[in-house]
Write a protein that binds this ligand. Structure first.
Ligand code: NAP
Length: 246
C-alpha cells in the first residue's frame, strides 16, 4: 500500500476528479477526508469508502470560508490526530467573455480556485511544519495558458502555479513537497455537457485523440502524494494526452 496510514484531506471530493482521488487514496491505505459543499455527495463517498473497508471522514466545508476550514482541520485532528496530505481540488468555472464578465463571476472563481487553495494550505501548514513532513498537490488546469471566455479561470489556475512554486520554496527545507497537476480535457459531468461538435474539435488537437479519465488524474495525484515523488517539488505535471509540451 502506497499511502498506508497517511491522513489525506481532499477538497471538492464529493464528485468528479476529487471523488476519484479519494477512492484511489483510500484503496492505498490512506484515511481520507471528504470535503465538499453538498452533504449528500459527501455522505455518498464517505459511505462507499467505509463500507469497503477503507477509512473516510466526511466534512461539509466551503474552502473560501476560513472558519469552515479551521473547523475541518480541528475535526481531522480530533479524529486522526494528524494530517499528512492536502489535495486542493475544489474548483469551479464561470465562463464568459471578458467584456461581458461581471465582478461576481471574476470574484467567485478567484475566491474558490485560488484563495480557497491558499486558505486550505495555510490551515494545514502548522501540522506539516511541526512534523517536517507533508505533501500538497494543487489542481491547476491546462487552461492556465489562457482560453477565450476563461479569463477568470485561467488567472486562478495560473495563480495556483505561482502559489505552488512559492510554497515549494518556503517548505522544501521542512521536507514538504508542493506540486501541481494541470489536467487537460477530462471526462466529467462538466465535459458531458459540451455539445458533440465542440467536443470533437477539442479532441482533434490532443495527440492521444481522446479525453482523459478521472482515474488518470488520480493516478498522478497518488504518485505526487506518495514517497515515489520524494525529490519532486514546485512542479506542474500536465495530464492532458500531450496537448501541452514544454
Ligand atoms: P466537479 O465535478 O465540479 O467537482 C468539483 C467539486 O468541488 C464539486 O463537488 C463542487 O461543488 C466542489 N466545490 C465547489 N466550490 C467549493 C467550495 N467553495 N468549497 C468546497 N467544495 C467546492 O469538477 P471536476 O471536473 O472534478 O474538477 C475538479 C478540479 O479539476 C477543479 O479544480 C477543476 O478546475 C480542475 N480541472 C478539471 C478539468 C476537467 O476537464 N474536468 C480540467 C482541468 C482542471 P458544487 O458542484 O456544489 O459547486
Amino acid at each position: 500500500m502506497r499511502l498506508k496510514d497517511k491522513v489525506a484531506i481532499i477538497t471538492g471530493s464529493g464528485q468528479g476528479i476529487g471523488e476519484s482521488i479519494a477512492y484511489r487514496f483510500a484503496w492505498e491505505g490512506s484515511k481520507v477526508i471528504i470535503c465538499d459543499l453538498k452533504e449528500d455527495l459527501v455522505k455518498k463517498v464517505e459511505k462507499k469508502i467505509n463500507e469497503q473497508n477503507g477509512t473516510a471522514l466526511g466534512a461539509v466545508a466551503d474552502v473560501t470560508n476560513a472558519a469552515d476550514i479551521k473547523g475541518l482541520v480541528e475535526k481531522v485532528l480530533h479524529k486522526f490526530g494528524t494530517a499528512d496530505i492536502l489535495i486542493n481540488n475544489a474548483g469551479i468555472t464561470r465562463d464568459v467573455m471578458s467584456h461581458k464578465m461581471n465582478e461576481d463571476q471574476w470574484d467567485m472563481v478567484i475566491d474558490i480556485n485560488l484563495k480557497g487553495t491558499f486558505l486550505c494550505c495555510q490551515a494545514v501548514l502548522p501540522i506539516l511544519r511541526d512534523k517536517n513532513y507533508g505533501k500538497i498537490v494543487n489542481i491547476s488546469s491546462a487552461a492556465r495558458f489562457g482560453n477565450p471566455g476563461q479569463a477568470n479561470y485561467a488567472a486562478s489556475k495560473e495563480g495556483i502555479v505561482g502559489l505552488t512554486r512559492s510554497l515549494a520554496k518556503e517548505l522544501g527545507p521542512k521536507g514538504i513537497n508542493v506540486n501541481a497537476i494541470a489536467p487537460g480535457f477530462i471526462e466529467t459531468a462538466m465535459s458531458k455537457a459540451v455539445p458533440p461538435e465542440i467536443l470533437n474539435e477539442k479532441v482533434k488537437i490532443i495527440p492521444m485523440l481522446r479525453q482523459g479519465t478521472v482515474e488518470e488524474v488520480a493516478n498522478v495525484c497518488l504518485f505526487l502524494a506518495s514517497e515515489e515523488s520524494s525529490f519532486i517539488t514546485g512542479q506542474v505535471i500536465h495530464v492532458d494526452g500531450g496537448r501541452y509540451m514544454p
